[in-house]
Design a protein around this ligand. Structure first.
Ligand code: URA
Length: 280
């Protein structure tokens, strides 16, 4: 972690806590770089705070992806019918569009299937990664490989939440061959699907995993070292950025920085962090 981001994080946290104490004003950095002042969010103290609806009632029925020939899988349509759940149906509709998408010839030629998103459509928290890897391409679900295991640990062991209670998706919905970064044109082509998904889930919090997710979502050209430790705003959600789990697997020393980022996210969400949990 460079000194600048350390200072930035510490500064932000101390400012944020002071603001909360004063019940004053929180600073939010907008994606367009405009600093926006707004009221501090009321801390939410709930044991399972990320879901606006119990996940048992609103299962995420959007992965694995329906095959192109049948836009909605039997299992997901049954769930949607049973629940009469508007968000599930809307997500299925987007997933069906995604499955038919042929905007990026190289990705279409190499994909096994599209990889839409997974999780609770009523979650307050959405994680956004880069794009599916080999395993995700085979299974049709984001973050199911080694990076996915680490992400699940970050969510469950780190944040004390359940993976099934957040929503997880990517900047692009097809695997870039050889695990290369998605091209700018590919990210742009897939953006309407990301935005449509966010419009359905309407999260209060977004966590960008890695600089590809962060720079694309926020339309900024910055390194993760500079992005992390700040809070941005996108479509009404507070956005924090942290290292991609694949980066953390290659650079375990950065896990402590990622943990700081998750703690920032937890503070925004009104979640207890583990040291506070223990001291009770
Ligand atoms: N890496 C990502 O960015 N997304 C996935 O779904 C898997 C690995």
């Amino acid at each position: 972690m460079d000194q600048l981001s350390k200072t930035s994080l510490n500064y932000y946290l101390s400012e944020y806590l002071a603001d909360l104490k004063r019940a004053g004003v929180q600073e939010i950095w907008r994606g367009d770089g405009v600093k926006k002042a707004g009221p501090a969010p009321a801390p939410q103290r709930r044991s399972v705070p990320v879901s606006r609806r119990e996940s048992a009632q609103a299962p995420v029925a959007t992965a694995p992806n329906p095959p192109a020939s049948s836009p909605v899988s039997a299992q997901t349509s049954a769930t949607a019918k049973q629940d009469g759940d508007e968000r599930v149906v809307r997500l299925q509709t987007i997933a069906a569009e995604v499955a038919k998408c042929e905007r990026c010839p190289e990705l279409v030629a190499n994909r096994t299937q599209t990889v839409f998103g997974v999780g609770n459509p009523y979650s307050e928290l959405v994680f956004i990664g880069e794009g599916p890897g080999a395993e995700e391409d085979l299974r049709g679900e984001p973050f199911v490989g080694r990076s996915g295991k680490l992400l699940t640990d970050m969510i469950e062991k780190g944040m004390g939440l359940s993976r099934s209670d957040v929503f997880i998706c990517n900047v692009v919905r097809c695997r870039p061959p050889g695990n290369r970064n998605p091209a700018e044109s590919e990210a742009r082509a897939c953006r309407p699907f990301l935005d449509a998904t966010l419009d359905v889930v309407r999260p209060k919090f977004i966590c960008c995993l890695g600089s590809v997710a962060a720079t694309n979502l926020l339309a900024v050209n910055e390194t993760m070292g500079r992005l992390r430790g700040n809070v941005y705003e996108y479509k009404g959600a507070q956005v924090v950025c942290t290292y991609h789990p694949a980066y953390l697997l290659r650079n375990p020393a950065a896990k402590k920085d990622a943990w700081q980022d998750l703690q920032l996210l937890m503070k925004l969400m009104g979640l207890e962090i583990p040291s506070q949990r223990k001291s009770r």
